[in-house]
Ligand binder design. Sequence first.
Ligand code: NAD
Ligand code: LMR
Length: 327
Amino acid sequence: MSESSQSRPVKVTVTGAAGNIAYSLLWRIASGDVFGKDVPVELALLEIPAATRAAEGVAMELGDSAFPLLCGITVTDSADTAFDGANAAFLVGAKPRGKGMERADLLAENGRIFGPQGKAIGEHAASDIKVVVVGNPANTNALIAAHHAQDVPAERFTALMRLDHNRALSQLAQKLDCQVGDLSRVAVWGNHSATQFPDLTFAEVAGSPVDVDQSWYTDEFIPRVAKRGAEIIDVRGSSSAASAASAAVDHMRDWVQGSDGWATAAVVSDGSYGVDEGLIAGFPTIARDGRYEIVQGLELSDFQRQRIEASVAELRAEREAVGDLLG
Ligand code: NAD
Ligand code: LMR
């Protein structure tokens, strides 16, 4: 018997399974990129009734890909069924924004998806469930889901800001003419929105401090990274999908297997760095022992504090706007 057939499968739920992001994400999960090359995976695909047939087609293609680690696929429109026994969940299913919209414009419509899914997670998922919310506005949607998931510790609900992190790495590597892998101690604070703060204060290239001119940093780098989602929508004609899926893979892989140094994740705040306790915000984190830990002990300048506060103020306002979903 091979080693893989001896390991217990990890049960993974992906919502929005017939959508664009899932069409990249599912293949990476099934190939072992997230949970390990020797860990069998059982997939549960959740869709709305109108899209379950398309999700069946996605499941057929996954089967046709003959992944040795993929040991089962369920397609359903029932959240209770989809999250039953789930060890990990990617909450992708939600409407994407179009040109000229901000992500917060989706809050009223998408926010109501996450209460029932959080409830179903609380009632049916495995005790070690790890959730990453991708659907926008991701931070506040994660807050809503966590609120409804009775008896699940809030730190099991995270939101995807690894895409912002990866965008920051890519922009910086281009500027310094180096490899992304040479860079460390980069982080993105706050909300997955245009107010986010991609922070290079502590950044290093090949172990030495990064030295870039201030005007490039504040006038080009920060807005470029913060508005990259809108730039992709403008140029590609639709919202980022493969890069979002890849970032979701990075986020969950590090959470499960540990990170090499700093990575950005939106996690529940414990009050660190003046971020209100309970908000789900981007922080510099290190993933180890199956947990995302906020990097502690950083000395922040006034500039950093102001940038972080501006994004946290937006998260506070979003939380207020969805007060009816948190009641
Ligand atoms: P898409 O429209 O291609 O797919 C979304 C899918 O979700 C559709 O198939 C739809 O039927 C399904 N869906 C809607 N409501 C659902 C529900 N209640 N349960 C299950 N499925 C449901 O969109 P996409 O491009 O895959 O993007 C999905 C979301 O991810 C959007 O909100 C987008 O803005 C967001 N996004 C976030 C990031 C990030 O970094 N956090 C990056 C890219 C996109
Ligand atoms: C992104 O950052 O690409 C996504 O959140 C999609 C969007 O609306 O920008």
